[in-house]
Design a protein around this ligand. Structure first.
Ligand SMILES: [Zn+2]
Ligand SMILES: [Zn+2]
Length: 259
């Protein structure tokens, strides 16, 4: 299986990173994408990806960080995006829920990153919280995106989901899909065509039931995939094969070094 979105380069794993990798490998996660949140963090993801077979990374600038954007950081990300193990631009997007950076900054940086994805022909890893309308109009304005992308840790209503699908994006679900109060999210997961469905841990966050409350790790992905299988009334194997194929297609994993 493939964890399409994890942050194993974060300091949460400084004490036991090797062990976590080993456990993930043993539990069947043979490929993972280390997702960058700013220029420096994407550099850390790159370094870690170089050390592990089956590990790839993405270069991005999180909307939370948008107020700290400058030309140096832009250049660093442009460089990182040329690395043979860089499989996507992200995470990038809009977060109007926490609003840690002004909206105008978030939009400006997001557009820069959309342009980088287009010029490098890389897929996007998009973070969006409570900004669905702006997200859709920005993507329409700036698109099309021939290399597509994923709406990571999806949240939103049915209409937003349809708009994202119409724009050609994949939809990824994280561990919060397993939470008892997440019925609305499970309803959305039932509406995504099989060939556009993905799963992720977003670890260290969003630990699925039954480990909720603990630090998350790629090895816990199977709990989210099992929930997806249950929602769609499919055998676990069929679900895990299907979403792995989708991940390989979107991130062109067969074409990158080290796979
Ligand atoms: Zn995110
Ligand atoms: Zn993330």
């Amino acid at each position: 299986m493939i964890d399409t979105h994890c942050h194993l380069h974060f300091s949460e794993y400084d004490q036991d990173r090797e062990t976590v990798f080993q456990r993930s490998w043993n539990s069947g996660i043979k490929t993972l994408i280390l997702v960058g949140c700013d220029a420096e963090d994407s550099g850390q993801a790159m370094k870690l990806a170089q050390n592990f077979d089956g590990a790839f990374f993405s270069a991005g600038f999180h909307p939370h960080e948008a107020a700290r954007w400058d030309l140096d950081k832009k250049q660093k990300l442009e460089e990182l995006s040329l690395h043979p193990k860089c499989v996507a631009i992200g995470e990038v997007g809009l977060d109007y829920y926490r609003n840690l950076s002004p909206k105008e900054d978030q939009q400006k940086v997001f557009i820069e990153m959309l342009n980088l994805a287009k010029s490098r022909q890389l897929p996007l890893i998009i973070h969006c919280r409570q900004a669905g309308d702006e997200m859709v109009s920005l993507l329409k304005e700036q698109g099309p995106f021939p290399s597509s992308g994923v709406m990571h840790c999806f949240s939103g209503d049915s209409k937003y989901l349809k708009d994202c699908l119409k724009l050609g994006f994949y939809i990824s679900f994280a561990g919060n899909l397993t939470f008892p109060n997440a019925q609305e999210l499970r309803d959305r997961a039932a509406e995504v065509p099989m060939e556009r469905l993905l799963a992720e841990t977003d670890c260290p966050y969003l630990t699925p039931v039954p480990f909720r409350g603990k630090r998350n790790e790629p090895g816990f992905l199977s709990h989210t995939v099992r929930k997806l299988a249950e929602i769609r009334n499919l055998p676990f194997e069929e679900m895990s094969d299907g979403i792995s194929q989708n991940a390989r297609r979107l991130f062109k994993l067969g074409h990158h070094a080290g796979n």
